[in-house]
Design a protein around this ligand. Structure first.
Ligand code: ADP
Ligand code: ZN
Length: 290
């Protein structure tokens, strides 16, 4: 018996099958192109296995996660126009013999991965952010994703501008939102250099840390989680976590007694596998519950 996982990112897709211990048996990755092209690669991959029971999907979005909605399982208002209003779940079920699926956001899936098998293991209130091409967040309370009319969009929360930051921001929807000022493309547009090539000494890392620290600050005050996990490409800058922790402490200014920073503000234990592991875990949980 195997479980399936699809990490549907705006840049690339990862598909995997794994066992009940989330050991990955086979995995493929390909760039995100048109839905037709990309989804046929997805279907080809899963058609190789006849013992996959359920597939967990963590998708870029925004997506429709409300089960009673007419457009449940769709990608909705994404700036990736070819994917706008694409019926992801419907297409997959149609192509894969009505296979059962779990459908959630990419960041919820990664949050779940860390909750089941990473630094969130044994905790009940876990928040996960990715700082990559975009910024997204997911939050779990007692094993359930926080959602209301839809899923959260924590990456677009408003941040206070760093006094030395003259960069106009990248988000087409908002002035001064976290994603627009702190995602990978914002770093690149602010400095002219991609984050991975920006020297550790560059002062714009303090600007970056200031925004991520505000995110941790707001998350702390809003949810009082037991852990905040920051993943994504930008967090591969090892020095950044400490800068974020220091600025976070300044922002809190003694008001809240939060957990030890070495376990409170962290990068994912599972690294780049948080999302795919979360998808496998969601698939397994759903199969066992059914
Ligand atoms: P995606 O969000 O597309 O799934 P990533 O999480 O890798 O993928 O995010 C890509 C963004 O992160 C790009 O803007 C890239 O410049 C930036 N990035 C990737 N690696 C690093 C790194 N080591 N240091 C800083 N920024 C990075
Ligand atoms: Zn925004």
């Amino acid at each position: 018996m195997l479980y399936g996982a699809i990490e549907a990112g705006g840049t690339k897709f990862v598909c995997a099958v794994g066992n009940e211990k989330f050991k990955i048996i086979e995995r493929v990755s390909f760039p995100t192109e048109t839905p037709e092209k990309t989804m046929s690669s997805v279907v080809d991959f899963f058609n190789k296995f006849d013992n996959v029971k359920t597939i967990g999907i963590g998708s870029f979005g925004p997506i429709d996660v409300k089960k009673d909605s007419k457009t449940y399982g769709f990608i909705t208002s994404t700036p990736k126009l070819a994917w706008e209003n694409f019926n992801f779940v419907g297409y997959l079920k149609e192509q894969l013999n009505n296979i059962s699926v779990v459908w959630t956001t990419d960041v919820n899936a990664a949050c779940y991965g860390e909750y089941i098998a990473g630094y969130g293991k044994g905790l009940s209130n876990v928040v996960y952010y990715t700082i990559g091409t975009g910024i997204g967040g997911g939050a779990l309370l007692d094993g359930r994703f926080i959602e209301g009319f839809s899923h959260p969009e924590m990456g677009h929360a408003t941040v206070r501008r760093h006094p030395e930051d003259t960069f106009i921001g990248n988000c087409p929807y908002h002035d001064d939102c976290l994603e627009g000022l702190a995602a990978g493309p914002a770093i690149e547009n602010r400095t002219g250099v991609k984050g991975q090539n920006l020297p550790q000494e560059d002062s714009s890392w303090d600007i970056e840390a200031y925004y991520i620290a505000q995110c941790a600050y707001n998350t702390t005050l809003l949810f009082s989680p037991q852990i905040i996990i920051f993943g994504g490409g930008v967090m591969k800058q090892k020095h950044l976590r400490k800068k974020v922790q220091e600025q976070f402490d300044k922002l809190i200014n003694g008001y809240v007694k939060y957990p030890d920073l070495s376990t409170y503000i962290v990068t994912p234990k599972l690294g780049d596998d948080a999302g795919i592991t979360g998808c496998l875990a969601l698939a397994k949980d759903s199969y066992l519950k059914a």
